[in-house]
Ligand binder design. Structure first.
Ligand code: FAD
Length: 262
């Protein structure tokens, strides 16, 4: 079984700052990490391989510096790594990103694709489902447990107030929650091996037969960031202590009335 895990290199912070002029992320001085959900997906793929055999491939679309994220994945135990990198891919929104990743996945081959549910910087949770649509395979999002059973995968899908257990036939795509699995640490042997292995580059030329230049980059991106801004910190609230429930209700009502809110 060939499992492909899509990993995104993201800034190591949930509070990404944006350049208000260009509407792009300010990455300078911010260390990069593998997105948390993706690492949980990678750990799951490694455990499936340990139980059922097969291979684990990692794929990352990004600039040449994303090589580091792929090497970390190799050091954790992935068998092979692909970096999707080209000038033509720059400026891609989620749709164009998914188009590029799907084209690469068709070339690489897969039985099971695992993406994170959501990246901590872009936060859209769109790329996984869009890849599945473009590959024409079934998808299960928000996976909190995954088990391979014959030609299918059994996935526990998380909802706010309940869970569904679904059986989905391979090939398929699953989007992983961070809770899916606690990622293992890299070991020293793994780190040495990771630097001996090759990270294969997939550029625009390698995908030219399946990728129209009009479908990718800014040209192929239907979304546009019109404005971006950082939220201002809220004023500190008032803490009312040592009140009974009735006193607390009365105090809140007084405040709301004083401000003409009710
Ligand atoms: C108009 C526009 C222009 C943009 N231009 C650029 C640009 O020039 N450079 C740039 O870096 N970003 C750019 N972006 C942002 C880029 O589109 C998103 O970072 C990317 O599509 C991923 O979206 P997300 O972070 O919301 O991922 P989500 O949909 O939240 O991610 C879900 C999962 O998809 C997978 N995934 C997502 N992205 C990747 C990836 N790159 N490689 C492998 N797996 C991945 C991961 O498994 C991830 O957990 C642009 C966005 C817009 C709207």
């Amino acid at each position: 079984m060939k499992i492909v895990v899509c990993i995104k290199q993201v800034p190591d912070t949930a509070e990404v700052k944006l350049d208000p002029k260009t509407n792009t992320l300010i990455r300078d001085g911010v260390p990069s990490i593998i997105n948390h959900d993706d690492k949980a997906g990678l750990e799951t793929a490694l455990r499936i391989r340990e139980e059922k055999g097969g291979t684990v491939t990692v794929v990352c679309m990004g600039p040449p510096q994303a090589d580091v994220a792929l090497r970390e994945a190799l050091a954790m135990g992935a068998d092979e790594a692909y970096l999707l990198s080209a000038r033509e891919f720059g400026g891609s929104d989620t749709y164009a990103t998914a188009t590029i990743i799907a084209a690469a996945l068709k070339k690489i081959g897969f039985d099971l694709v695992i993406t994170g549910r959501q990246a901590i910087d872009g936060d859209t949770a769109q790329v996984g489902p869009q890849i599945a649509e473009q590959l024409g395979v079934p998808q299960v999002t928000y996976a909190e447990s995954v088990k391979v059973d014959g030609d299918s995968v059994i996935v526990k899908r998380q909802f706010e107030d309940r869970a569904h257990v679904l059986r989905v036939k391979l090939p398929c795509l699953i989007t992983a929650l961070t809770e899916l699995a606690e990622p293992r640490y890299m070991n020293v042997g793994g780190i040495v091996d990771a630097y001996a292995k090759q990270v294969k580059i997939i550029d625009f030329e390698s995908l030219r037969n399946s990728l129209n230049p009009d479908w990718i980059g800014i040209k192929g991106s239907p979304t546009n960031v019109v404005q971006s801004f950082t939220k201002q910190a809220k004023a500190a609230g008032t803490v009312m202590k040592d009140l009974t429930a009735d006193q607390a209700v009365a105090a809140i009502m007084d405040k709301l009335i004083a401000r003409h809110l009710i």
